[in-house]
Design a binder for this molecule. Structure first.
Ligand SMILES: Cc1cc2nc3c(=O)[nH]c(=O)nc-3n(C[C@H](O)[C@H](O)[C@H](O)COP(=O)(O)OP(=O)(O)OC[C@H]3O[C@@H](n4cnc5c(N)ncnc54)[C@H](O)[C@@H]3O)c2cc1C
Length: 183
């Protein structure tokens, strides 16, 4: 029932850690603890002068950051560089200042003459993605019972946590619902 209107079926497309709020009585909830998550870090460096990276989005290997974004090229924010670290390893014990130093090394691989940043900010999304581990629990989309269909990236075993997986899962849930209710 939503705002007084009854529906035959529902697609629940929330992240796994939101499921207990939406389906508190579901037996699925007890199994959610088996899922692990990976973080994504974004480090913003604001320089006092324009910094021109080779591309608006530059992939790196062998450093700390995975990607550097030239925010001047993307959004017109002069001197702003954003570094993204996806599920980084080897950062145990490092503080934010240390992380900034390491990302600065990455930037200087591309722009050697760049000065110290005027300011910086580190944003850590601790549960950015589910951990795509071997053998992880991946319930079927009808697992929540009749009339309730699950959708979301974490329900697609063929993909890591991606938009592609989320879209395919949503399409699969919609098809399952239609198949059940049109027959
Ligand atoms: C920083 C970051 C960078 C990423 N970069 C990439 C990338 O470059 N490429 C890529 O493919 N993927 C990327 N991903 C992963 C991608 O964002 C996810 O795989 C995708 O968003 C998952 O979609 P979803 O619909 O399963 O879940 P979500 O996008 O998490 O959507 C779930 C929605 O449910 C809503 N919700 C929660 N509770 C309720 C409630 N009670 N009622 C109503 N709504 C509710 C939430 O607000 C949310 O909008 C990135 C993720 C992060 C965090």
């Amino acid at each position: 029932m939503v705002e007084g209107e009854a529906f035959d079926a529902v697609i629940v497309a929330v992240a796994p850690y939101h499921l207990p709020h939406v389906l508190p009585e579901s037996p699925l909830v007890s199994r959610l603890q088996s899922l692990h998550y990976w973080p994504i870090y974004t480090v913003y460096l604001q320089f006092g002068q324009p910094v021109s990276l080779p591309q608006a989005m530059t992939g790196l290997r062998g450093g700390t950051a995975d990607w550097l974004f030239d925010r001047a090229a993307l959004t017109g924010e002069s001197g702003l560089v954003a570094a993204v670290l996806s599920a980084p390893s080897g950062l145990e014990g490092i503080d934010q200042q240390g992380l900034v130093r390491r990302v600065l090394v990455d930037v200087r691989r591309l722009v050697p003459q760049v000065a110290e940043p005027l300011s910086w900010r580190v944003v850590v999304e601790k549960r950015a993605t589910f951990a795509a581990e071997v053998g992880r629990w991946c319930p079927p989309l009808r697992a929540a019972g009749p009339g309730c269909y699950l959708a979301g990236d974490w329900l697609m075993p063929d993909y890591p946590a991606t938009l592609e997986g989320a879209v395919r899962s949503g399409v699969a849930a919609a098809r399952a619902l239609l198949a059940d209710y049109q027959s």
